[in-house]
Design a protein around this ligand. Structure first.
Ligand SMILES: [Zn+2]
Length: 463
């Protein structure tokens, strides 16, 4: 009888332990369980009320210390980093973004770090977004130092696998077909810093995929909304022979003003983008490439591959601007032919192409000539939003009316499935189930485990 009592006690305790473990699992992985069970599902943000949204795709967690610019307005800084690329954006909602991080030598690193220290607020701690266009050292060289000092909540990395000896690329499973490989320590160092967990958060690292509309970056509200959209690479003919083509053509838009950036994308990448835009005009499918109508105008175009003759092709420019728009747009060249660059960027062919289009000299801005270049979109003396170059000289460009964006470029969001108006939440269902089980087990424990010693002597074991 004693043995049986002991056995009952053990099974009761085991049952309670199982319930406790199940409860702990439910609490820890409730979001994953909800997703697996289909209680949470993705819909386009355009289709749901904001109150129903559970998690935004681009949600960033952790302590946030915002940079300046939260009063609205946009500043886009093309930092003079010698031969290389680095663009830092102060976004209208106070968030910050860095696109590429200069070459790897000390003077490059100093250029980026000093710019951040001198331009962003003294309490600046984290970038909201970091984008690396491709794995070349003149883009990722100092980005590891930047991210070690100022980690980014969300990092977009190129579709390039690190094959550095002895290193396992932490995002290898997320890579897309036709990915490239890079064996440099510089790229490996970038990946290490990008994925590194810090005191406040673990960064969300995304392999840039222009075919995935949920990767579009959104921010701001209403009229203050901004977007950054990825349009390439498209891998139309599979993998690229040139590593530069793994760069993405990106367009940032705010209050109708548009900024195009494309890393070192070459004419193959540009041509695939142009072909996609052309086919979008007649394919009857509503998608993000439909915005490139005959009146589409990008206001600031960063010349691809530091102004190399192999980028910024005429066909590409023709998609980005109208004939008259091309003449009023700014063209940024991030280059320095004297900074260990045997290619001599920018090439005369690219500059001549712009000249032939009627672009005035003052609209061609080169970091090797003018140093850091800042363009901003803010309210002018007439109370209208205008595009400014520099602090004083104001040169507003009238934007096109922003086109109606197709619905698919809204981010996907998670909402709860409903049954008869009740949101089906795993936590509520599971926890009430566990509560019932705990009460049942406790009752069972009292009735059987305690039975032999009960005061009135009516315990079951007496029989
Ligand atoms: Zn480059």
């Amino acid at each position: 009888m004693q043995r049986r009592k002991k056995l009952t006690l053990i099974t009761d305790l085991a049952a309670l332990a199982i319930i406790a473990i199940a409860l702990a699992v439910s609490m820890a992985w409730s979001r994953d369980i909800e997703l697996k069970l289909g209680l949470l599902y993705y819909v386009s943000a355009a289709d749901v009320d904001e109150k129903d949204i559970v998690v935004l795709e681009q949600k960033t967690d952790g302590v946030r210390v915002s940079a300046s610019g939260s009063d609205g307005g946009l500043s886009v800084h093309y930092v003079d980093v010698g031969q290389g690329d680095c663009c830092i954006m102060e976004l209208p909602d106070g968030k910050t973004m860095i696109i590429d991080g200069a070459n790897r030598f000390n003077h490059h690193k100093t250029a980026v770090m000093d710019f951040i220290k001198n331009t962003l607020p003294s309490d600046f701690k984290y970038f909201d977004y970091a984008i690396l266009t491709h794995a070349d050292a003149d883009h990722c060289g100092s980005l590891d130092d930047v991210l070690n000092a100022y980690p980014a909540y969300v990092v977009y990395r190129p579709n390039v696998k690190s094959t550095y000896a002895g290193f396992t690329d932490p995002g290898a499973d997320d890579l897309l077909p036709y990915h490239d490989e890079a064996s440099s320590a510089t790229y490996k160092d970038f990946l290490v810093s990008a994925y590194k967990t810090n005191d406040d958060f673990t960064p969300q690292v995304i392999v840039t995929d222009a075919t995935d509309d949920t990767q579009t970056i959104y921010g701001g509200d209403g009229d203050d909304e901004y977007t950054l959209t990825f349009y390439s690479p498209l891998y139309a003919n599979g993998a690229y022979s040139d590593a530069n083509n793994y760069s993405s053509i990106m367009i940032f838009e705010y209050r109708g003003f548009k900024f195009a950036l494309s890393g070192d994308a070459e004419k193959e990448n540009e041509a695939e983008f142009v072909a996609k835009v052309e086919s979008a005009k007649t394919d009857g499918v509503t998608d993000k490439y439909d915005v490139f109508t005959d009146t589409y105008n990008v206001n600031v175009i960063k010349a691809g591959h530091h102004g190399s003759r192999t980028s910024t092709s005429q066909a590409f420019l023709d998609v980005l601007t109208t004939e008259s728009g091309a003449r009023s747009a700014y063209y940024i060249f991030s280059c320095n032919a004297d900074d260990g660059n045997k290619y001599g960027h920018p090439h005369a062919e690219t500059l001549d192409r712009l000249k032939a289009m009627g672009v005035p000299d003052e609209n061609i801005l080169r970091t090797d000539r003018v140093g850091d270049i800042t363009l901003s979109v803010r309210v002018d003396d007439n109370g209208e939003y205008s595009l400014f170059y520099g602090d004083n000289a104001s040169k507003p460009i009238e934007p096109d009316d922003p086109p109606e964006l197709p619905p698919c470029i809204y981010p996907e969001v998670l909402i709860y499935r409903e049954f008869m108006g009740i949101k089906l939440k795993w936590g509520v269902v599971a926890w009430s189930g566990y509560a019932a089980l705990v009460i049942a087990a406790a009752l069972h424990f009292v009735l059987t485990g305690n039975g032999g010693k009960s005061a009135n002597g009516k315990g079951r074991e007496r029989k």
